[in-house]
Ligand binder design. Sequence first.
Ligand code: PLP
Length: 435
Amino acid sequence: MRYYSTNRQSAPVSLSEAVIKGLAPDRGLYMPERLERLPQKFYDHIEQLTFQEIALAVAEAFFAEDVDAEALKAIVYDTLTFDCPVVKLKDHIYTLELFHGPTLAFKDVGARFMARLLQYFLAKESQQKVNVLVATSGDTGSAVANGFLGVDGIDVFVLYPKNKVSKIQESQFATLGQNIIAVEVDGTFDDCQTLVKSAFLDAELNQKHRLTSANSINVARFLPQAFYYFYAYAQMKQMGKARQWVVCVPSGNFGNITAALFAHRMGLPVKRFIAANNANDVFYKYLQTGAYQPQLSIPTIANAMDVGNPSNFARIGELYEQSYEKIRKDISGYAFSDAEIAKTIRICYEETGYILDPHGACGYQALCQSLLPDEIGLFCETAHPAKFKETVEAVLQHSIGIPPKLAAFMHAEKKAVALSNHFDDFKSFLLKNAD
Ligand SMILES: *Cc1c(COP(=O)(O)O)cnc(C)c1O
């Protein structure tokens, strides 16, 4: 299958090129040129399949032409060594818990898949090392760093905004060492993202080093996120709750919800979608007005969604033929202030005993406000609440404890390089330190 750029100024490429390049040379995002409906019999029997079997069927639809069957199966099975269970919170509201992976956030799925697919393509060709550049507002960095940790032939540079990620998040990527280099940038997440994008467009850097991205713009991180929406459907169907199904995704860069929209295009029976935002409400405003106006990102307590110019907006536009009307028919939006997020965490705990993280809280609250009587809602719990321990404990006024997996990171020593947000500094650092 070929992958074309949303900007259409550069030529379509193979899967391996799209994965290694990340961003298209014209700064567009790669899109698969076909999105086919999966056969009806897959949906008829989906509730009898395991998560790995479902994921493999979805992966084959995208990647079967470009990856050997045995290798693809190994990549999928090795990626999904943890569950994504659907849990009932109250009548009509269910959560898809995406935090059972190694770094306790949904990005583990895409990051683990991408590391294995990239390694597969690299093993088939030249010996030159690859440098993965990734900008993070918190959870991407930990998922990518852990997904790639110890993978031969790949070094990972994790750029993150100084003092804008939690200590727990920082410990998950800035303590690892080996092939993981943490870069602490004096600036915002958007600055980090700009530095990474500029590096990909810099002729000298690209001549001397092989650079690739692991942000949600990369098709190998982005597409596998569709797996768990099919699996969620299988679980809802098993419970007899798959009709009038509304899927709500807490969104920042909009990669996760776009994967859900792809699944829908492949026939997944979802009635409608909700994008839940924090105070970074560019998409919400777009839905209200039809005008897309990027903003500077605003810091919030749901900081993994502090994105002022969501990259995957380009893919959503592409999927809906740039039609505002069509987008609005499938997707509605909500945006919540920090105070509303905190109140939601408190009330949900009081009513159900379930501890939401600040991102999942946006999803839960959007469903509470928007579900019609005959609808059943599912929102993604995109991270474990313990990753945002200080915030959640301050709201609930009691200690919530830390899972052992997470505590293990926090005992290790921080090793990060401090840089300004000027591209010249980052460039000379890479020229010296990249392989
Ligand atoms: C990254 C992240 C999000 C936002 O996901 P996008 O794909 O960027 O929209 C939401 N919640 C958590 C916990 C995250 O880490």
